[in-house]
Design a protein around this ligand. Structure first.
Ligand SMILES: O=C(CO)COP(=O)(O)O
Length: 254
């Protein structure tokens, strides 16, 4: 439940999925969102970098935002294959995901690297969605809170504001698995992250949104989004199907 002052954000992360034909999905999402709903929530789609430009075009005139999934920390240079925050901003993107657990696991991203990327996002005027989350082993060892708190403490840039930063709690074991933590487990982590943000950034920290991600579906969205301090969702698989993503957005319909 997003409390006063924090506007819910429902974000889709397409990961390495989508060809030009997938623009039809963005169009269906655009056309399926009612003005009443868009008055209450922010909606974001993060397609693969190859589709950012076409997606920006497809949502022109609507409040739907488009974002990147990863960035290089530097603005430009000899970094073959990399994309900078400035390049995403140049295409009309307004957000970028930073430190997703798949980047951490498969591309060896560290908390310090996440910090540098979050600074890069801010430099270019993008909102960075900084991802944190524990593995099942870490949870079973009772270390979930320590892990996510350390990831947040190192990853988040000093002076972060609600304008440039969003946090996403994504337990690694809940991603793509169909398993989710209980509402109580989610509430515990979000309360802990919220307390850190309040301490780090005071009244501004209280405005920074904390999303939940990991197997969010239309069938569980209402329950998950109702958890205290959950300010929205970061959706993987279900964001690839317009009706499913719309179903999750509609968890916020009054
Ligand atoms: O990783 C995720 C979003 O970034 C979550 O993925 P799923 O919704 O497919 O579990």
């Amino acid at each position: 439940m997003a409390s006063e002052g924090r506007r819910p954000l429902v974000a889709g992360n397409w990961k390495m999925n989508g060809l030009r034909s997938s623009i039809a999905t963005v169009e269906a999402i655009r056309d399926g969102l009612s003005p009443q709903l868009l008055a209450d929530i922010d909606v974001l789609i993060c397609p693969p970098a190859t589709l950012v430009s076409a997606c920006v075009e497809a949502v022109k005139g609507s409040p739907i935002a488009i974002g990147g999934q990863n960035l290089h920390a530097r603005p430009n240079g000899a970094f073959t294959g990399s994309i900078s925050a400035e390049m995403f901003a140049d295409l009309g993107a307004s957000y970028v995901i930073v430190g997703h657990s798949e980047r951490r696991a498969y591309h060896y991203e560290t908390d310090d690297g996440v910090h540098a990327k979050a600074l890069g996002a801010r430099r270019a005027g993008l909102r960075g969605i900084i991802c944190v989350g524990e593995t099942m082993e870490e949870r079973q060892q009772g270390r979930a809170l320590d892990i996510v708190r350390a990831q947040l403490a190192i990853g988040i840039p000093k002076g972060a504001t609600a304008e440039d930063t969003v946090i996403a709690y994504e337990p690694v074991w809940a991603i793509g698995s169909g398993r989710t933590p209980t509402p109580k487990e989610i509430a515990e982590v979000h309360a802990s992250l919220r307390e850190m943000l309040d301490k780090m950034a005071g009244t501004e920290g209280a405005k920074i949104r904390i999303l939940y991600g990991g197997s969010v579906k239309p069938g569980n969205a209402r329950e998950l989004m109702a958890v205290e301090n959950v300010d929205g969702a970061l959706v993987g698989g279900a964001s690839l199907v317009a009706e499913d993503f719309l179903g999750i957005c509609r968890a916020y319909a009054k």
